[in-house]
Design a protein around this ligand. Structure first.
Ligand SMILES: [Zn+2]
Length: 222
């Protein structure tokens, strides 16, 4: 599987085009202007099969409407992500100056639960993991050696838990699941920034988990 990255403007999130046997999946089309991605797909004569969303935040979903309508494809995400797509408060579009409030829900949606957390696409197996914490709709998407982490796990930036549906308790559980489930050699393609391995960020995950533990303790003492 080949992975092409496009940086979504203006909020510098990553859109990934996954290619295999002339077919493609688009992950997180977060740019209103989808022409770069669409041109790339046309130039390489790719058939787009799905759009997958790591979560509902506006910088990851702004191009979904145009791309889904243009290619007539199904969109895969968590049920919570789809709920939040229709809510400008939850998808944060209401917060960003200059961004049009977004309440678009695609016509053809597939929840990760309805797939049983798994999709086999042209011989490539994807597994979907609910990783709430950064947002209620957050997921990670894994193949045998790659992990698309959305904003759940970034390389040098602490995971934000300031969205209306963020949860520090759930984020701690999500970090633990990632540590316990994937190999240190897994290559992580994050929602922002360049790829890294899980081994690279293990100390940073541990620091974040300790900070979350302290916050959770303090909340419980109140
Ligand atoms: Zn986000």
């Amino acid at each position: 599987m080949r992975i092409e990255v496009f940086v979504n403007e203006p909020l510098d999130s990553n859109c990934y085009v996954l290619e295999h046997d002339s077919h493609a999946i688009v992950v997180d089309p977060g740019c209103v202007d989808v022409s770069l991605v669409a041109d790339y797909i046309a130039q390489h004569a790719l058939v787009v099969d799905y759009i997958i969303l790591t979560h509902e935040h506006i910088d990851h979903v702004q191009g979904v409407k145009r791309l889904a309508e243009r290619f007539g494809v199904e969109v895969i995400a968590s049920a919570e992500c789809f709920e939040a797509l229709a809510d400008p408060y939850l998808n944060l579009s209401a917060e960003y100056p200059g961004v049009e409030p977004q309440n678009y829900l695609p016509d053809r949606i597939i929840t990760i639960d309805s797939l049983g957390g798994r999709l086999v696409w042209n011989g490539v197996e994807f597994r979907f993991f609910a990783t709430q914490g950064h947002s209620a709709g957050s997921i990670c998407i894994a193949t045998s050696d790659v992990l698309f982490s959305g904003d759940t796990l970034l390389e040098k930036i602490k995971t934000y838990t300031t969205a209306p549906n963020s949860s520090i308790v759930e984020l701690r559980d999500s970090f633990l699941m990632i540590k316990n489930t994937f190999s240190p050699t897994q290559i992580v393609y994050p929602g922002h920034g360049i790829p890294f391995t899980l081994k690279d960020v293990e100390p940073f995950i541990d620091v974040q988990m300790r900070l979350l533990d302290r916050k959770i303790d303090r909340l419980q003492q109140k």
